[in-house]
Write a protein that binds this ligand. Structure first.
Ligand SMILES: NC(=O)c1ccc[n+]([C@@H]2O[C@H](COP(=O)([O-])OP(=O)(O)OC[C@H]3O[C@@H](n4cnc5c(N)ncnc54)[C@H](OP(=O)(O)O)[C@@H]3O)[C@@H](O)[C@H]2O)c1
Length: 295
C-alpha cells in the first residue's frame, strides 16, 4: 500500500474533531476532509451509505460518538446506533474500500473495581449504557476488520473546544464561592490536542503504513493520576479563581449512569510501540487554560 494521502475525520465539531482541525496544517502531506452531522448522520445507515458511495479516503478517523453518558441510560437505541452499529458500518466500508480505520473508545468499558492501571487485555465489564455501546463498537471493529484498524481507548477528555469539565469548572468557578466535586473517582485527564497529535504520530509511523497490519487496541491518556476534585483544584489554582472546592463522595452526587471509581489506563503498549513521550496532565492543563484565555 502506498503511503496514506487522504484522511477523513468525522465528528469534526467535537473536542477531538476540532483538535484535528487545528492540527491539520502541521501535516501538509495529507489531504484532510472534515465531516460532521450535516455530512452524514451516524444514526442512519442509509446516510452513511450514501456518503461513502460518493467519497473514498485512505484513512477514516472516527471522532464522533454519542457521548451524553447519563442521557444514554434513557436512549439506549440511539446510543447503540451511533456507538456500535455505525462503527460496524464504517468498519465494513473501510474493508470494502480497502482503507484504514482509527476508532476511539473509552475507559468506561471497565467496571473500575481494579487498583492498578488497566491494560488493554484486562477484563471488560461496562457499568453504563454508554460503556456497553462503546464496547460493542470496539468488538464490531475487531470482528469486521481484523486487519488495518486501530482502536484507542481514552479517558476524561477535555480541550478548548465543545463541552467539557474544564470549561464547566471555569464557568461555575466564576459564579460561585464554593463548589462540591467528587474525590472518589480516580483517573487521568486527556487533553484532546495531545490525543490528536499522538494519533498523527501513529498515522505517520512506518508500521501503520504497511498493508495488512493486525488490528490493535491501545490505551492513551495524559500521564499522572488525579480525582475530579484534584482536577477542579488545579483548574482554579492555575486560573487564579477564588472558588473553594469541597470534596464529596460519588454517592452524594447521584447520576443516571454509573461511572468507574478507578479508570486509570496503562499506556505502556502505545508508548513502547511508538516511542511516545506523553505529557503530564497538569502541563497539558496549563496549555488548555492558555488557549482558552486567547479565545
Ligand atoms: N469526552 C470524554 O470525556 C471521553 C472520554 C473517553 C472517551 N471518549 C471518546 O473520545 C471520542 C471523542 O470524544 P469527544 O469528547 O471529542 O466527543 P464530543 O465532543 O462529544 O463530540 C462528539 C461528536 O460526535 C458527533 N455526533 C454525535 N452524534 C452524531 C451523529 N448521529 N452523526 C454524526 N455525528 C454525530 C457530534 O456532533 P454534533 O456536534 O453535531 O453533536 C460531535 O461532533 C469519542 O469516541 C468518545 O466516546 C470521550
Amino acid at each position: 500500500m502506498p503511503n496514506l494521502q487522504s484522511i477523513l475525520v468525522n465528528g469534526a465539531s467535537g473536542q477531538l474533531g476540532q483538535s484535528f482541525q487545528q492540527l491539520a496544517a502541521h501535516y501538509p502531506q495529507y489531504e484532510f476532509v472534515f465531516a460532521d452531522r450535516a455530512s452524514f448522520d451516524l444514526a442512519q445507515d442509509s446516510s452513511i451509505e450514501a456518503y461513502f458511495q460518493q467519497h473514498s479516503f485512505d484513512l477514516i478517523i472516527n471522532c464522533a460518538a454519542y457521548t451524553a453518558v447519563d442521557r444514554a441510560e434513557d436512549e439506549l437505541e440511539l446510543a447503540d446506533a451511533i456507538n456500535h452499529l455505525a462503527v460496524a458500518k464504517l468498519a465494513s466500508i473501510a474493508v470494502k474500500q480497502q482503507v484504514k480505520f482509527i476508532h476511539i473508545s473509552t475507559d468506561y468499558v471497565f467496571n473500575g473495581e481494579q487498583f492498578r492501571p488497566y491494560i488493554e487485555t484486562d477484563k471488560v465489564d461496562p457499568q453504563s449504557v454508554y460503556g456497553a455501546t462503546k464496547l460493542a463498537g470496539e468488538q464490531a471493529v475487531f470482528k469486521t476488520m481484523p486487519l488495518d484498524a486501530l482502536i484507542i481507548r481514552t479517558s476524561w477528555v477535555y480541550s478548548p473546544f465543545a463541552n467539557n469539565f474544564v470549561k464547566t469548572m471555569l464557568k461555575l468557578g466564576g459564579q460561585r464561592d464554593t463548589l462540591t466535586v467528587i474525590f472518589d473517582q480516580l483517573g487521568s485527564p486527556t487533553y484532546a490536542p495531545d490525543l490528536a497529535e499522538t494519533i498523527m504520530q501513529l498515522v505517520t509511523h512506518q508500521s501503520f503504513n504497511q498493508q495488512g497490519i493486525t488490528t490493535q487496541l491501545y490505551h492513551y491518556s495524559n500521564e499522572g493520576v488525579c480525582s475530579w476534585y484534584d482536577f477542579a483544584k488545579a483548574i482554579f489554582e492555575l486560573s487564579s479563581i477564588d472558588c473553594e472546592v469541597l470534596p464529596i463522595e460519588t454517592k452524594d452526587y447521584p447520576t443516571a449512569a454509573i461511572r468507574p471509581h478507578y479508570s486509570l489506563l496503562n499506556k505502556a503498549k502505545i508508548k513502547q510501540q511508538f516511542a511516545l513521550k506523553i505529557p503530564y496532565w497538569k502541563d497539558s492543563l496549563i496549555h488548555c487554560l492558555a488557549a482558552l484565555k486567547e479565545t
